[in-house]
Design a protein around this ligand. Structure first.
Ligand code: CTP
Ligand code: MG
Length: 242
C-alpha cells in the first residue's frame, strides 16, 4: 500500500573525524519494505553509527546508501528525513504533556492519532492510568516516568508520523520480554509496508526479524534468519549463549 522505501547499503565505510579505525566497514545489505531488518552486536560494534548514516547525520567515506535506488547524497535532506521515523538510543522527552511530546513528530496529528500511536507503542495503559491521560505533564526530561515508559513514548512519537522507514535504536531494551514481544507484533500489524530497522542487544528482540545483521567491530559478521545464524555463525552463537 502507498509509499514505501527500500534501503540498500553498498560497501559502506564510515569513520568518525580523526578516528584511526572505521566505525562501519564495508557493509552491504538490503532492508525491504514490509519487513524487519534487525542489527545485533556487542557494545561498540557500530550499530548506532550504522543507523545514523541513513538520515545522513554523517557522511560516509566510501560506498553508497540508496533509498528506492536513489543515492541519499542526491536527495534533499528534508525529503530524506521526512521518510524516516528515527527513535534514538537516548530518546529525549521535553517538559510538556504526553500529547505534546508524541505530537513533536507530527504537529497536526489529532488526539485520536496520538491515542492510536500510544496504543501501538503499548503505552496506552499507563497513559490512561494517569488522571489527565494524554494531557499528563511530563516533568523535566521525563523524570516522572520509568525508562520503559519513556522508550514507548519515543516510539509513539515516531509512529504518529507514519514514516516509510522506522529506525529503532535499542528502543526495546528497557521493556520486559512480554511488552517487547507485544510491541513488536503490534508494530508489524500497524506499520504496513514500512521498512523497519531495529537495533538490539538481546536475541529475543531480533529472533523473528526477516533478516538479522550481525555486526562485529564495525564489520559484517553475517546476515541471515535466526535459524540460519544459529547454525553457522559463531559470533551470533556467542550472543545467544551470553
Ligand atoms: N564512536 C566514536 N565517536 C562517536 C561515536 C562512536 O568514535 N561520536 C566509536 C565508538 O567508540 C565505537 C564505535 O564508534 O568504537 C562504534 O560505536 P557505536 O556505533 O555507538 O556502537 P554501538 O554498537 O551502537 O554500541 P552500543 O551497543 O553500546 O550502543
Ligand atoms: Mg548504540
Amino acid at each position: 500500500t502507498g509509499a514505501h522505501a527500500e534501503v540498500e547499503f553498498k560497501n559502506v565505510t564510515f569513520r568518525y573525524a580523526g578516528a584511526e579505525k572505521a566505525a562501519v566497514e564495508d557493509i552491504s545489505f538490503l532492508a525491504k519494505p514490509g519487513e524487519t531488518t534487525a542489527i545485533i552486536g556487542s557494545t561498540g560494534a557500530g550499530k548506532t553509527s550504522l543507523v545514523q548514516l541513513i538520515p545522513r547525520f554523517y557522511d560516509i567515506e566510501s560506498g553508497s546508501i540508496l533509498v528506492n535506488g536513489i543515492d541519499i547524497r542526491e536527495m534533499k535532506q528534508h525529503t530524506l528525513r521526512e521518510k524516516i521515523g528515527y527513535v534514538p538510543q537516548k530518546a529525549s522527552l521535553f517538559s510538556g504533556t504526553i500529547a505534546e511530546n508524541v505530537r513533536f513528530g507530527a504537529k497536526d496529528a489529532t488526539d485520536q492519532e496520538v491515542m492510536d500511536a500510544l496504543q501501538t507503542a503499548q503505552a496506552i495503559d499507563f497513559v490512561n492510568e494517569k488522571e489527565d491521560g494524554i494531557n499528563t505533564y511530563i516533568e523535566q526530561a521525563g523524570s516522572n516516568l520509568s525508562g520503559g515508559q519513556k522508550q514507548r513514548l519515543a516510539i509513539a512519537r515516531a509512529l504518529v508520523r507514519k514514516p516509510e522507514i522506522y529506525i529503532f535504536d535499542d528502543s526495546f531494551s528497557a521493556l520486559d520480554y512480554k511488552t517487547d514481544a507485544k510491541l513488536r507484533s503490534a508494530l508489524k500489524e500497524e506499520t504496513g509496508n514500512s521498512t523497519i530497522i531495529l537495533v538490539a542487544q538481546r536475541v529475543n528482540t531480533v529472533m523473528d526479524a526477516d533478516r538479522i545483521i550481525v555486526l562485529n567491530e564495525g564489520k559484517l559478521a553475517g546476515i541471515g534468519t535466526h535459524e540460519e545464524l544459529l547454525k553457522d555463525n559463531t559470533i551470533y552463537q556467542e550472543i545467544v549463549e551470553s
